[in-house]
Structure formats: structure tokens, C-alpha cells
Write a protein that binds this ligand. Structure first.
Ligand SMILES: [Zn+2]
Length: 224
């Protein structure tokens, strides 16, 4: 069965910080996939049908630079992507990290959606769910879905585990609360036969060379 990379990024921009992918690198990477006949899709379109060559594009946390820097590039290739939003932090900054960057506000998320992109939940507050009581953990999963659905009038089908932390109790809740997929930070390519609440991705890091990007997307490297 065919497997595809679901790329994941955080910031796209010029800052010299670990979570950033340079705009030029991002442009190179999208062009690399495009010129090989691949179509970039969000998590809602990962199903491989016929001969279509797909790859997933995801952004964690919902930074403003995704809209300002990544969106124009995505649009130029007619690619789609999913951004994982933290509802209680909309328009604020990533308080969970040492260095702060602006997250999209409501109007910006609306613009992201209007351009044909999608969003998923990244929990209510970006806590490590594996350290919460069952009650608090459930709330993070259920309420974030409801807030995003009520605010933007769309169905939220994807949940991305904060810090990549999850266990069977958490994946069960994600499923029970009606999400269709649970997205991890575990390395690996995606196959449609995979457990949908344990979806692996391919991290794209700041210093990945062109060769490394080729390895990650065109070979089984991420499955090793
Ligand atoms: Zn995150």
C-alpha cells in the first residue's frame, strides 16, 4: 500500500529560532513536491485515490506567519494545508514556549479558511494531556472542538496532540468526542490503513538540507 509524507511545520519566517523554517526553504520544498507531480493537501484529504500523488501539509499552533508567509506560497501551487489552533490562545502568543510569537487572531483564521485551508484542534490550552486528570483532559479535547466549530461554523475533525503527548485513554477520548483523526509527532509516513488516531508525520526542521528533504519525502527514510 502506498504511503505518503504528512509534513509538519511550526513557524515560517526569518527568525533564528528552532521552530522556524525559512521562507525560501519552504518555497523550495513546496516547489520540489509540485515539480514531482505531488499535490499538497490538508488532513481532510489524505485518502489516496487512483493515481493521484498526494502529500499532507500541517502547521502546529497557528502562528500568524503561517498566514503571512506560507499561505501565498501554498496558493501559488494550489496546495491546501491544515493549521492546528489552540482556541484559548487565539490572537495571543505561544505562552507554552520560552520565546513568544504571535498566533493568528479570529479574523486571520477566518482568512485562512476563506482561502480554502483547513484547521484542526490543538487542545484548549496546549497542556500536556497525559498529565491532566481525566476530567480536564476531556475538557481540553471536547471544548476546543466546540469552540472552533461555534466560532467558525465548520466541522472540526482533526485533533493534534500538544507536545506529541498521548496515550490510549487520550486517543479514545479524541475518538469518542467525534474527531475523525488524531495527529501525532511520531516520525513516519502515512498509510490509509493506519490507526487514524495515531497518525505519524514528517518533521521539517530548520536546518534540513535539500538532500534531507528528498530523503524524508521520496524514500522510506522516515519509517526507519
Ligand atoms: Zn504545539
Amino acid at each position: 500500500m502506498k504511503s505518503i509524507p504528512i509534513l509538519y511545520y511550526h513557524n515560517i519566517g526569518g527568525e533564528n529560532y528552532k521552530s522556524f523554517c525559512k521562507v525560501d526553504s519552504f518555497k523550495y520544498q513546496m516547489n520540489f513536491m509540485f515539480s514531482r507531480g505531488y499535490k499538497g493537501v490538508g488532513c481532510d484529504n489524505l485518502l489516496i485515490e487512483g493515481g493521484e500523488k498526494l502529500f499532507g501539509i500541517t502547521f502546529d499552533d497557528g502562528y500568524e506567519d503561517n498566514l503571512l508567509n506560507a499561505l501565498p506560497i501554498l496558493k501559488s501551487y494550489n496546495f491546501k494545508a491544515t493549521c492546528f489552533i489552540v482556541p484559548n490562545m487565539i490572537g495571543a502568543t505561544n505562552s507554552w514556549d520560552k520565546v513568544q510569537f504571535k498566533l493568528m487572531d479570529k479574523i486571520q483564521i477566518k482568512e485562512w479558511l476563506d482561502e480554502g485551508m483547513s484547521i484542526g484542534s490543538h487542545s484548549l490550552n496546549h497542556y500536556d494531556l497525559s498529565r491532566l486528570s481525566t476530567e480536564s483532559m476531556s475538557k481540553e479535547i471536547a471544548d476546543s472542538k466546540k469552540i472552533l466549530e461555534d466560532t467558525f461554523g465548520i466541522s472540526i475533525d482533526d485533533f493534534c496532540y500538544p507536545y506529541g503527548k498521548y496515550n490510549l485513554k487520550i486517543t479514545k477520548k479524541v475518538k469518542d468526542f467525534g474527531y475523525k483523526r488524531g495527529i501525532t509527532t511520531k516520525r513516519g509516513l502515512y498509510k490509509s490503513s493506519d490507526n487514524n488516531y495515531d497518525i505519524k508525520r514528517v518533521p521539517v526542521n530548520r536546518n534540513d538540507s535539500k538532500f534531507k528533504f528528498w530523503l524524508k519525502t521520496m524514500t522510506a527514510y522516515e519509517n526507519l
